[in-house]
Design a protein. Structure first.
Length: 285
C-alpha cells in the first residue's frame, strides 16, 4: 500500500523545504526506521543532510512491497537503506554489478562485485536477500517488466562518459512494470549548458537533457523537486564535481596523479555536496 503524505508535507517536498515532525506523522514509519538504522556507518549518516534519503524516497513514491532495482550502487550508500526497507516490507531488492559474463572483465571489477555481495550476504537479518544483476556495456538486458522502482543516483554523467546512455535508458523503461517509477538524482548543470562533453568533464548534467532522454524511451515526468538543491554550488570547480565532498579531488578526475597536498580545499568543503536534480518518472500503464 502506498504511503499518503499530508498536503503540508507534499508541498514541503516539492519546493525543497524540510517537513515538520507533525507533517511526517503519516509518513512511512519503516522508511524512517531504516534511515535511522544503527547498521548504517556514521560516515554515511553524516551525508544525510545533503542527500535527504527519507524525503527523497517519499517524494519518489517508494512504497512497501515494491521490487526495487538500484543501478550502480557504488559504495552502498542507498543500499544500506533500500535493502533493509525491502526486507522489512515484503519487497525484493536488486542491484547491478560488474558483468560476470564479460570475458574481458578486470580482476578488480570482479573482486569489487564479490566484496559487495559478501558484505550484504553476511547479515541477512538486516539486508534480506540482495540480488545482483550483470550490468555493463555488453551485458544482457535487464529483466523485462520486473521492477516497481528503479533508482539512479548520480550515474547519468558516467553513462555518457562510457557511451552507455542509449543502452541503459531503453533497458530501464523495459524493466519497469507498467506504472513503475524511475527515480533520478543527478549533479545538475544549468539548462543553458547543452554540450555533452561538458557534462562528461564536469559531472554536471542539465535537467532538460535528462528529461528529454527519459521521454525518448517513453517515460513520463511526474514531478521534480528541490529536495537536494544546493544554492551554494557554483558548479565552477577546477576538477569538476569531484572537487566537492565526498570525492574531494585535488587533481583532475581519473588522471592517476597523486593528491596535491597544497591545494586549498576550504572553499570547496564549505560548499558541501553538489547541487542536484531530483526527478520522478513513471512508465505509462
Amino acid at each position: 500500500m502506498k504511503t499518503l503524505l499530508t498536503a503540508a508535507t507534499a508541498a514541503a517536498l516539492l519546493i525543497g523545504l524540510p517537513a515538520t515532525a507533525a507533517d511526517t506523522a503519516g509518513a512511512d514509519k519503516v522508511l524512517h526506521e531504516v534511515v535511522a538504522g544503527e547498521w548504517r556507518p556514521q560516515v554515511q549518516r553524516a551525508r544525510d543532510n545533503y542527500r535527504n534519503p527519507a524525503a527523497s524516497l517519499e517524494f519518489w513514491g517508494l512504497a512497501p512491497g515494491m521490487t526495487i532495482l538500484e543501478l550502480q550502487p557504488g559504495g552502498g550508500w542507498w543500499t544500506e537503506i533500500l535493502a533493509p526497507y525491502a526486507a522489512r516490507t515484503g519487497g525484493r531488492y536488486y542491484a547491478t554489478g560488474a558483468d560476470l559474463d564479460n570475458p574481458d572483465l578486470s580482476d578488480g571489477a570482479r573482486a569489487g562485485r564479490e566484496r559487495f555481495e559478501q558484505r550484504y550476504a553476511a547479515q541477512p537479518d538486516i539486508y534480506g536477500t540482495v540480488n545482483v544483476l550483470n550490468f555493463g556495456a555488453g551485458s544482457a538486458p535487464l529483466p523485462a517488466e520486473t521492477f516497481d522502482f528503479i533508482l539512479s543516483a548520480r550515474s547519468v554523467h558516467g553513462w555518457l562518459r562510457f557511451d552507455m546512455l542509449d543502452k541503459v535508458l531503453p533497458e530501464v523503461a523495459a524493466a519497469l512494470k507498467p506504472g513503475g517509477i524511475f527515480a533520478i538524482e543527478q549533479h545538475r548543470a544549468p539548462d543553458s549548458v547543452t554540450d555533452i562533453q561538458t557534462f562528461i568533464d564536469s559531472g554536471y548534467v542539465s535537467e532538460a537533457f535528462v528529461i528529454e532522454q527519459a521521454r525518448k524511451v517513453g517515460l513520463e515526468l511526474v514531478a521534480r523537486s528541490e529536495i537536494n538543491a544546493n544554492p551554494r554550488d557554483t558548479r565552477d570547480h577546477p576538477f569538476g564535481v569531484w572537487t566537492l565532498p565526498p570525492a574531494r579531488a585535488t587533481v583532475p578526475y581519473a588522471s592517476g596523479l597523486p593528491a596535491d597536498p597544497d591545494f586549498d580545499r576550504a572553499p570547496y568543503d564549505a560548499i558541501g555536496e553538489s547541487d542536484r536534480m531530483t526527478l520522478k518518472f513513471r512508465k505509462p500503464e
